[in-house]
Design a protein around this ligand. Structure first.
Ligand SMILES: Cc1cc2nc3c(=O)[nH]c(=O)nc-3n(C[C@H](O)[C@H](O)[C@H](O)COP(=O)(O)OP(=O)(O)OC[C@H]3O[C@@H](n4cnc5c(N)ncnc54)[C@H](O)[C@@H]3O)c2cc1C
Length: 409
């Protein structure tokens, strides 16, 4: 494994970093003030479109989409994209400015990989151009959705249409005013092999029968302008041609989607944790308690050293996973993707916890981005599969490999 950044990656890192310094960090306070105002909920802050246009002009657009997706991809590998996503992750909304935000990236990859030409023209093109947004509706309030075979939403064929009926929740992006397309996972069959009952279908956000029930808050935050929603699908009728890939192929698509989505979260979490560490160092150096700078206190030094070790460990594991995805595909890298999905969110949460403590009372209020980064780490411990599910799967693979003789590699 060679993790030396290539000249192209280094050049892109410099450009993404410049963009962050010139355009994103200076806009951070104004953005936050706007999205925290309850009167402006679900309204996109005015600076966003201008920033997106600048990122696109600068060629820093859709960098997440790996090189095999021609003609849409800007040509990077997962390994090359990793440090760029990390830089974007330093501000929680920045990746959307580069059209690299979740859940759109996962949805675009689904459409690029599994969509037909018509579906791609209708939905992938405007998504890649950043003109619309999307949501992914798998999780349901009534069943343990970490086991996707439990999903109850029905997709029933009726003449030239399918009729979709069910209740979803935690549908990220659903409140975004530009959200126009939903990828819905449901069942086209309630018997037969349990991994062949599910299908995925494209549902226009404004189709009759799509009803937003309520926004869900994460630690009291609605995450405007995107939000996470509970959604009722009340006999939503869509053309049969909206089905992705074919009946019974939903599980296969879900597996293909979650690999890249998971690692992108991990890359951003490393950036969020790195920023928290830098803030912790500055605070520790500028604050004096009991006659000494905090940075001279042993416990603070330990917190800083431990955080640096954990961030670097997670970064290397992420690069190893990205490298394996490039060499062996998402399925071949599933073990390393699970490993980093277990490690990175917890790491971010732990680093942010220490950084909050080092800031004293300031660490828990809106004056730093650390509580938001902590919340991000915490929610990714559930989103795209809870820790325990990844551990169960990883343990299963590990035992199987050990029984065959070797775990390494
Ligand atoms: C902020 C946020 C955003 C999200 N965005 C989306 C989205 O856009 N689209 C979407 O479809 N979903 C989304 N989710 C939902 C997320 O993917 C689910 O919450 C997750 O998959 C768990 O499903 P569940 O909530 O039904 O928990 P359950 O399946 O009920 O599981 C509850 C708990 O049981 C334990 N558990 C489960 N299985 C095992 C096991 N095998 N061994 C040991 N313990 C186990 C785990 O601790 C788990 O957390 C989001 C969630 C959050 C918090």
């Amino acid at each position: 494994m060679d993790f030396e950044y290539s000249p192209r990656t280094r050049e892109l890192m410099r450009r993404v970093d410049d963009f962050m310094q010139t355009h994103i960090f200076p806009a951070e306070a104004e953005y936050e003030e706007f999205v925290q105002d309850p009167a402006r909920r679900w309204i996109v802050p005015p600076m966003v479109e201008g920033l997106k246009a600048r990122a696109r002009e600068a060629g820093l657009w859709n960098l997440f989409l790996p090189h095999e997706y021609q003609p849409w991809s800007p040509g990077l590998t997962n390994l090359e994209y990793a440090p760029l996503a990390e830089l974007m992750g330093r501000v929680d909304w920045a990746s959307t400015i580069f059209n690299c935000g979740a859940p759109d990236t996962g949805n675009m990859e689904v459409l690029a990989r599994y969509g037909n030409a018509e579906q791609q023209a209708q939905w992938l093109t405007p998504l890649l151009e950043g003109r619309i947004r999307s949501a992914f509706l798998m999780t349901e309030p009534a069943v343990a959705s970490s086991d996707a075979t439990n999903i109850e939403c029905s997709i029933v064929r009726d003449g030239d249409d399918y009729v979709v009926t069910g209740r979803k929740w935690w549908s990220s992006n659903i409140y975004h005013p530009e959200c126009e397309i939903l990828i819905v996972m449901g069942k086209t069959s309630f018997d037969g092999p349990k991994h062949s009952q599910q299908s995925m279908i494209l549902v226009p956000r404004r189709a009759p029968g799509v009803r937003l029930v309520r926004p869900l808050k994460v630690f009291g935050e609605v995450h405007s302008p995107s939000g996470h929603g509970e959604v009722a699908l009340e006999g939503v009728r869509v053309p049969a041609s909206n089905l992705l890939l074919g009946e019974g192929r939903g599980f296969e698509i879900a597996q293909g989607r979650l690999g890249p989505g998971r690692i992108h979260h991990c890359m951003r979490l490393i950036g969020a944790a790195q920023r928290a560490l830098e803030l912790m160092c500055r605070r520790a150096d500028s604050r004096v308690a009991f006659g000494r700078k905090l940075s001279e206190q042993g416990s603070l030094r330990e917190a800083i050293a431990r955080s640096r070790c954990e961030i670097e460990q997670a970064r290397l594991l992420t690069l190893a996973a990205a490298d394996k995805m490039d060499r062996e595909g998402n399925r071949g890298a599933a073990d390393l993707i699970s490993m980093i999905k277990i490690v990175a969110p917890r790491m971010c949460q732990d680093v942010c916890d220490r950084a909050m403590q080092a800031h004293g009372g300031m660490g828990l209020c809106q004056d730093t981005p650390i509580p938001a980064a902590f919340g991000y780490g915490r929610f990714v411990r559930l989103a795209d599969g809870p820790d325990e599910v990844h551990m169960a799967q990883l343990a299963k693979w590990t035992i199987a490999r050990a029984l065959k003789g070797s775990i390494s590699g």
